[in-house]
Design a protein around this ligand. Structure first.
Ligand SMILES: C[S@@+](CC[C@H](N)C(=O)[O-])C[C@H]1O[C@@H](n2cnc3c(N)ncnc32)[C@H](O)[C@@H]1O
Length: 253
């Protein structure tokens, strides 16, 4: 039987790795890393650094190219379903060719595998195809939002209040009802802009946990929104890519 791990490696700082993650890393023969293109080369390097630092047994790293995705489909849901099916086929082939029966493989998952990450769904899709059998285990990691609030020395929720995790695209549709704290990930369009002058507080971070980390926070005024926009644009230009996330807080009375 093959064995697979989906290991959360934290959001950028090698010291985010848990003792459990380090233990599992040291049971692995083959590490699979999804190569998302040139701009993410820095992230592949970080994974290599983690292996160099924490793994003491012989192992291999296999880079897997993501199948191309239609970014402007007419039918968004159908395009995503097609893409997931194509990915499952790629991974199935990869497991069959790179992971001999009886050996152990792992996916190194950015942050925590439970948060806006498709590794678990992908593993389930490969299993469902029924052509390759394996057991698998998920090892939690420090997510970008845990790292964000820790770096800003704040909490995810206000006392007894609800929190929502969402994407920039969804936030653009309006403030979610019934919550005072909203974490926004995957926002390429600085959607917080729309909420300047609404009495909110923002805790923003980019490249959290890495040497390039940038943190900004304060009452979300148009001036602060403009500052974050400009710092973000400049950093994105300099690095060629950016990963940022933020918490919008409506202070409870
Ligand atoms: C595909 S999601 C993956 C989230 C990841 N599984 C986690 O636990 O944080 C990618 C988004 O996470 C956020 N993110 C991940 N790492 C980050 C970091 N080091 N600094 C800031 N934001 C980060 C960004 O919003 C980015 O667009």
């Amino acid at each position: 039987m093959r064995k697979l791990y989906a290991i959360g490696i934290g959001a950028g700082d090698p010291e985010h790795l848990t003792v459990q993650a380090i233990d599992r890393l040291n049971r692995v023969d083959v590490f699979f890393v999804l190569d998302k293109g040139e701009e993410k080369a820095d992230l592949v390097r970080l994974r290599q650094e983690i292996l160099d630092r924490f793994v003491t047994r012989p192992h291999r790293m296999v880079l897997v190219a993501d199948p191309p995705r239609d970014r402007t489909p007419e039918d968004y849901r159908a395009a995503v379903a097609d893409w997931h099916a194509a990915r499952a086929a790629v991974y199935e082939r990869m497991l069959l060719s790179e992971l001999p029966d009886g050996s152990t493989g792992a996916f190194l998952v950015w942050g925590d595998p439970s948060l806006y990450d498709s590794t678990i769904a992908l593993i389930e899709a490969v299993l469902a195809r029924g052509n390759v059998a394996f057991e698998y285990e998920v090892i939690p990691g420090i997510s970008s939002i845990s790292a964000l609030v820790a770096r800003h020395r704040t909490t995810m929720n206000q006392i007894g209040r609800a929190v929502q995790l969402t994407t920039g695209r969804r936030l653009a549709a309006g403030w979610p009802s019934g919550v005072d704290d909203v974490f926004v990930l995957l926002d390429a369009h600085t959607t917080f802009d729309r909420f300047a002058s609404e009495g909110l507080h923002i805790y923003w971070g980019a490249y959290i946990g890495t040497p390039d980390e940038i943190l900004l926070s304060g009452p979300l005024t148009p001036a602060l929104a403009a500052e974050i926009r400009s710092v973000r644009a400049e950093a994105r230009e300099r690095h060629g890519w950016i990963m940022d996330t933020y918490l919008l807080r409506r202070p409870a009375d």
